[in-house]
Design a protein around this ligand. Structure first.
Ligand code: KIV
Ligand code: ZN
Length: 519
């Protein structure tokens, strides 16, 4: 590439992934413990340095998820979030203590706005709380991170006083959050430089940043920070997170990788796993990525204009600054045909990064054959959708046997459904506002369930009218919330599969001793 610098020392930026904490706490992105574990394993193979697994004091479900992740993940640090008080810190430690490399991440607001209107404390009191929290966390582990919440609206002198004090107390990472997404790049870069120049002990700690995207500047601000000496960025897959989200990991990582020549900065992320990770989050949460989103949006590598296509055919360098393959979108996406045997199929599933039990593999292979009968071309994304659906399935109380729907102009949408409930075959018919509504109402009648539909989302996997539709539903019953997924070339079948999947998982949840573990 033009302008590549040589002989410049490369610095590695630590990637602190908070998809499971800041990301998961945002509306629509809730995950259950199994889903969180899958994401954590994926983040581990993606090569993130630190996984922020959750906020253990928030709920028993959060605690259980953080503990399971801490027990499972081996290659990255596992962080638990705690406010600056003893209870939070003790609980966070309980959850992460079995991790190979646990980290306590404690935080308190430092801006006068938050001190006055939220904490109702003065600066001295907050300083004391911050120091006390770090000292308490330090009793458990040397790996303590401190965040000065709302740092970008904090008086700089006071911010440096707090940072000096927490470094003296033993914090080895100091995080500068732009909590409300207020900063602009040159100002945020300048703040990082100011901290480096005014905190005399700064070399004892890693400077981290945590930017929110309220003004669409989270990635730009994070970049300005690393260009001014920050060496850890906190980010999320697909940029999910509070309000407008957090800095998007895939964007940050690909900026560093693509422009290493200018920045002399990089990360240790295995970029080929970016796309699969993004798809995993989308399929679990049902929250689609906007098509024009950088790096992972459906159009990110689609060249529509004739001039661009002509240039690309002559030489890719004309319009492509990075290859789709570099983020894991395979060029030859047509992977496998209907005559492929289970060996070829297993190879592809393994290449895509999945480890399935023998039983799940059998079910996935059957689903693949069924799909191959209906669909001309099978893509990686199709396989991923099947694997996701099958591996997230709970033991089934309810089984769909047959379904027929009728809808059209002038007809009242109706559904005839036949199901097995606890081994008994039940058939019924029902009506609704549309074919999906009719099918859901009939299934509710057959199963005797009273769940409320909180969310219904449809995604098209790959292109074309024969593409698989991927449906995510979120149901609530008796205070328990559960996600279900289904994929099929028929969108109504995909909806029904998702609905039955959620009902089965709700049922599974009811019989667990620790309620709320899946929430
Ligand atoms: O946005 C924020 O300030 C946070 C902190 C807890 C780091 O999420
Ligand atoms: Zn945040």
């Amino acid at each position: 590439m033009p302008g590549r610098k040589s002989n410049t020392e490369m610095h590695y930026i630590k990637i602190f992934d908070t998809t499971l904490r800041d990301g998961e706490q945002s509306p629509g992105n809730t995950m259950n413990i199994q889903e969180k574990l899958r994401v954590a394993r994926q983040l581990e193979s993606l090569g993130v340095d630190i996984i922020e697994a959750g906020f253990p004091i928030a709920s028993p479900g959060d605690f259980a998820a953080v503990r399971e992740i801490a027990r499972t993940v081996k290659k990255c640090e596992v962080a638990g979030l705690a406010r600056a008080n003893d209870k939070d810190i003790d609980r966070a430690w309980e959850a992460i203590k079995e991790a190979k490399n646990p980290r306590i991440h404690t935080f308190i607001s430092t801006s006068d706005i938050h001190l006055k209107h939220q904490l109702r404390k003065n600066r001295d009191e907050v300083l004391e709380m911050a120091v006390h929290a770090v000292k308490r966390a330090k009793k458990y582990t040397p790996n303590v991170e401190f965040s000065a919440m709302d740092a970008t609206r904090t008086d700089r002198e006071y911010l440096c006083t707090v940072l000096s004090a927490v470094i003296d107390a033993g914090a080895i990472t100091i995080n500068i959050p732009d909590t409300v997404g207020y900063a602009i790049p040159h100002e945020f870069g300048d703040l990082i430089r100011y901290i480096r120049e005014h905190v005399s002990t700064i070399s004892r700690a890693t400077i981290s940043v945590h930017c929110h995207n309220d003004l669409g500047l989270a990635v730009a601000n994070s970049l300005a920070a690393v260009m001014n000496g920050a060496r850890q960025v906190e980010c999320t897959i697909n940029g999910i997170g509070e309000r407008a989200g957090n800095a998007s990991m895939e964007e940050l990582v690909m900026i560093l990788r693509t422009r290493r020549d200018q920045l002399s900065l990089d990360s240790r992320i295995v970029t080929k796993k970016i796309y699969g990770t993004s798809r995993l989050i989308t399929s679990i949460t049902g929250v689609p990525v906007q098509p024009n989103k950088a790096i992972v949006g459906a159009n990110a590598f689609a060249h529509e204009s004739g001039i661009h296509q002509d240039g690309l055919l002559k030489d890719k360098i004309t319009y492509e600054i990075m290859t789709p393959e570099s983020i894991g979108i395979s060029k030859s996406t047509l992977v496998i045909g209907k005559h492929s045997g289970s060996h070829a199929f297993l190879d592809r599933v393994t290449e895509l990064g999945y480890k399935l039990s023998k039983n799940d593999l059998k079910v996935v292979f059957e689903r693949f054959k069924e799909l191959a009968d209906k669909k001309k071309e099978i893509y990686d994304e199709d396989i991923e959708a099947i694997v996701t659906e099958v591996s997230l399935r709970a033991p089934d109380k309810y089984k769909l046997l047959n379904m027929n729907v009728m809808s059209g102009t002038g007809a009242i949408p109706a559904a005839t459904v036949e199901m097995e409930v606890d081994g008994n075959v039940i058939k019924d018919v029902g009506f609704g506002d549309g074919p999906v509504d009719a099918a859901f109402k009939t299934i509710a009648k057959i199963t005797g369930t009273k769940s409320r539909l909180l969310k219904y989302a449809v995604n098209s996997i790959t292109g074309g009218t024969d593409a698989q539709g991927e449906v995510t539903v979120r149901l609530e019953e008796d205070g328990c919330v559960m996600v279900g997924q289904g994929s099929h070339t028929d969108i109504i079948m995909a909806s029904v599969l998702a609905y039955v999947n959620a009902l089965n998982r709700l049922e599974h949840l009811k019989h667990r001793s620790v309620k709320g573990i899946y929430q």
